[in-house]
Design a protein around this ligand. Sequence first.
Ligand code: ADP
Length: 160
Amino acid sequence: MVDAVYPGSFDPLHNGHLDVVTRAAKLFDSLLVAIYETPPKNVLFSTEERVELFRGSVAQLDNVEVAPFKGLVTQLARDVGAGYVVRGLRAGYDFESEFEMALMWRHLEPGIDVVCMMSALEYQFLYSSRIKEVARLGADIQGLVPEQVAERLNAKLNGS
Ligand code: ADP
């Protein structure tokens, strides 16, 4: 049983995600970071890699677990006894898509509430897709992602 789940693709995890997890870990007694095995987009990192990178980055948060999952978020929340789904918000675009998704989840499972948390201002521009794009072009991504993510991303994209 956990209080809340934080689902996402996390391909890869970046400091905006970590900021949201850290805030949510203060709000809830227990939090499950749930990593989509089959997100509706192509992923660069395998499920195992995304789980391992996330675990390595939240090892200091005692009340946070990380696991892969398949299927509906609402089913996962029901299965693990969670009453809340955590999502993160950046300014602009996220609100519309998170609002629409939260209402669908509420329709599917009225007993579950979605809690949206805004990341710190310095992480508002972080998108996994943009990080991959600039890293592929040789940009320095230190400070945007945990160190082990930067290393793995550079190794995967540029063989360095
Ligand atoms: P998904 O594949 O479900 O969109 P992501 O891995 O991209 O998942 O993100 C998981 C959650 O984290 C989503 O709610 C997303 O809005 C949120 N998120 C992503 N980047 C940031 C950020 N920089 N600041 C705050 N929330 C973020």
